[in-house]
Design a binder for this molecule. Structure first.
Ligand code: C2E
Ligand code: SIN
Ligand code: SIN
Ligand code: FE
Ligand code: FE
Length: 637
């Protein structure tokens, strides 16, 4: 900073001399050359005058000429010398230095002036108060030059600089201070109290940087927003001292950093926006439900907009009601049970008219909040409601509450608008996702209950197989888990096991419920239950993956099963597992055509069919799940 140079060369004491002088009138200082010329001119004038007078009086008398020459010499030379030398000291001189607060003694003046332009005091010779005038002239010229340089610099610095005395008066202001800070022109007679100008107070207020600097005599520096100038300023106030080290005031430098601040703010806002958009994406990806998303969203909105409380009212299109879903910053449950028709109360109006509503002071108006008896305890003052609209549909209302009066800057309102748009999109996305999830869940529920209903109907029809479907499904899932099947595949196996005999629905009761042995024709009809199952299920996309068990559960490992005669590992794994479970459960239960077998007989039978009817590996798994793995290995040896 240029200004610092002045400070550097003068140290503390320098300011006393340099900042105070006011120079009026034109400078007419003589140089040594002019001085010599004047003496030559005076001698020539004298000689001319003497010669003319001598010739006029008595051209012949040499004595007269000599006398007259002497008289004129005396008469002219004395005032000439006085004129030449005494010029700068004379009261009628064309140049005058007016110094405020500094000694009028020329010696002292010269000393401080010279010091202020960098001369050392010992270079000025002074004897018995008589000044060496040649050096004085020289110093004055240097002083003038320095002062002009300084004033030029002072005025061209783009930072606003003001110089204050210790009584809070602004005694100088540079061009930037006059234009940026709009400091009125200052003359010595009319200075301005800095607090009066900056803060419109009659005494130094709290937090005024220049006053603080004057009081503490310490450097004060910080950034501030100056509302009356609408500027962000970087302020620096530094103390000033005179020769004797006395504190005499301050220098106050203000730099306009509004551009920098605006850039910073734009970046900050972009970051905020990004973080909200980012959050919404993440929340949806993370499969959060709409309620959780809205809770986090209101929290983000409250914090990013710097307000005391925020809530979201969702619009339920079926009930045609706005209802409270999420709020942050409330001290009571006053608004938690809000339910509003479109057009009702202020938020209802906001939704109906699709327009933001800003109320500076809600205490002054009758807005409908007073219906909630706890609302007054919240001490809210300012209120804003913003409609949340996505795809041209009203999704809800965002309400903001503040416990002090809100100053809604245009930039802030833009940001609010932006957030409201994003919130509306978030609600739309999340509810779409939720709707989808719900219809999927509903479908799953519908199918699963259909399946349960079907298998139950079957169990009911064939009284003695009551609970068979559930039992075989449970055992099948256990075995499947045992061999590492999980997730959706397990779901399909479970459904398939439940549905394995669904085809029996198409078998006439007289065959199915026949108490005795089946004829070959009846047997053919019964064997069709696998094909019936396939025909019933293939139309339902959702149940297609569950088809293996109903279609293949009567296939045999050696290829002698039905309906297709598929062999060994060509038979789907689920069906190979299930075949064991099915025979195990059938033999353990009473049938219209025979009594239930004892457990050991069933186990022995299954073991004996390993490799013929059943997949031997799956028989091993079955035994393990039944807790009979040991027996198997013993039997193997
Ligand atoms: P289900 O009664 O559930 O029997 C399922 C499977 O268990 C049978 O398939 C068969 O492999 C085995 N199983 C059941 N009971 C016995 C038995 O007493 N001895 C032996 N060794 N294995 C048995 P399968 O044979 O293909 O029969 C399919 C379905 O046909 C049976 O289901 C049942 O509903 C019906 N069924 C089979 N035989 C008769 C019968 O003699 N009379 C009647 N009314 N229905 C029969
Ligand atoms: C001052 O130093 O008092 C002026 C700076 C300000 O408050 O804006
Ligand atoms: C039944 O459900 O009664 C027997 C199962 C089958 O025939 O596969
Ligand atoms: Fe069957
Ligand atoms: Fe069965």
């Amino acid at each position: 900073m240029n200004f610092a140079t002045t400070k550097d060369t003068h140290s503390k004491s320098g300011h006393a001399g340099i900042s105070q002088p006011e120079i009026i009138g034109k400078s007419n200082l003589t140089s040594p050359l002019k001085f010599i010329l004047r003496i030559v001119a005076a001698v020539i004038a004298f000689e001319l005058a003497a010669s003319v007078i001598t010739l006029l009086l008595d051209p012949a008398s040499l004595f007269h000429a000599l006398i007259i020459n002497l008289v004129i010499l005396v008469v002219m030379l004395v005032p000439a010398c006085y004129w030449i030398i005494g010029k700068s000291q004379h009261p009628s001189s064309t140049m005058q230095l007016r110094l405020k607060g500094v000694s009028s003694d020329p010696g002292q003046l010269l000393k401080s002036s010279a010091e202020s332009v960098g001369l050392k005091s010992k270079t000025i010779r002074k004897s018995d108060d008589k000044i060496h005038y040649g050096e004085l002239e020289q110093s004055r010229e240097m002083l003038m030059q320095a002062k002009q340089d300084w004033e030029f610099t002072f005025d061209t610095i783009p930072d606003a600089i003001t110089i204050h005395d210790r009584n809070y008066n602004i005694i100088r202001a540079n061009k930037a201070a006059r234009s940026v800070l709009k400091i009125p022109s200052i003359t010595n007679e009319r200075s301005v109290k800095c607090y009066k100008y900056y803060h419109s107070t009659d005494s130094p207020p709290e937090g005024c940087p220049s006053c603080k600097c004057i009081e503490s005599e310490e450097l004060v520096s910080f950034e501030v927003f100056e509302p009356h100038l609408e500027l962000y300023l970087e302020i620096m106030a530094m103390p000033r001292y005179n020769n004797s080290g006395d504190f005499i005031g301050i220098i106050h430098i203000a730099k306009d950093i509004s551009y920098k601040k605006e850039t910073e703010q734009t970046i900050q806002e972009q970051i905020k926006r990004l973080s909200i958009a980012n959050f919404i994406d993440k929340a949806i990806a993370a499969n959060l439900n709409l309620n959780s998303i809205l809770h986090i969203l209101t929290d983000l909105i409250k914090r990013h907009l710097g307000i005391d409380a925020a809530n979201v009212l969702l619009y339920d299109r079926d009930k045609r009601l706005l209802h409270f879903v999420a709020g942050k910053g409330f001290r009571s449950d006053a608004l938690k049970y809000t339910k509003l028709n479109l057009g009702e109360s202020i938020a209802g109006r906001c939704a109906l008219e699709r327009k933001s509503i800003f109320v500076k002071d809600i205490r002054e108006e009758n807005l409908g909040f007073e219906r909630s008896k706890d609302f007054s305890k919240e001490n809210f003052i300012s209120y804003i409601s913003v409609p949340l609209i996505a795809k041209d549909e009203i999704k809800g209302v965002l309400e903001l509450f503040n416990r002090s009066e809100l100053v809604a800057e245009p930039q802030w309102l833009d940001f609010l608008d932006n957030i409201a748009n994003q919130a509306a999109i978030a609600i739309d996305n999340a509810s779409m996702f939720e709707d989808l999830q719900q219809s999927k869940n509903e479908l799953v529920l519908a199918y699963d209950s259909t399946i349960a209903g079907w298998s139950h109907a079957l169990d009911m029809k064939d009284k003695e197989t009551e609970g068979h479907s559930r039992r075989v499904a449970e055992m099948t899932v256990k075995m499947a888990r045992e061999i590492g099947i999980e997730g959706e595949e397990l779901e399909h196996i479970n459904r398939g096991a439940y549905l394995h005999d669904i085809g029996k629905m198409a078998i006439p009761d007289n065959i199915l419920l026949k108490p005795g042995k089946l004829t070959a024709e009846e047997r053919d009809v019964i064997e069709l239950h696998t094909i019936h199952a396939r025909d019933m299920l293939k139309e339902i996309k959702y149940l297609e993956p569950a088809m293996d068990i109903p279609l293949y559960h009567h296939e045999k490992w050696n290829g002698t099963g039905y309906p297709l005669g598929t062999k060994s590992d060509k038979i789907p794994l689920a069906a190979r597992i299930f075949a064991i479970v099915d025979v195990w459960d059938a033999l353990s239960s009473d049938r219209p055509y025979r009594k239930a077998w004892p457990e050991e007989k069933v186990i022995d039978y299954i073991r004996s069919e390993a490799g013929t009817h059943f997949d031997p590996e799956m028989v091993e798994v079955f035994m393990k799940v039944l807790g009979r793995g040991e027996v198997l290995s013993n039997a193997g040896t």
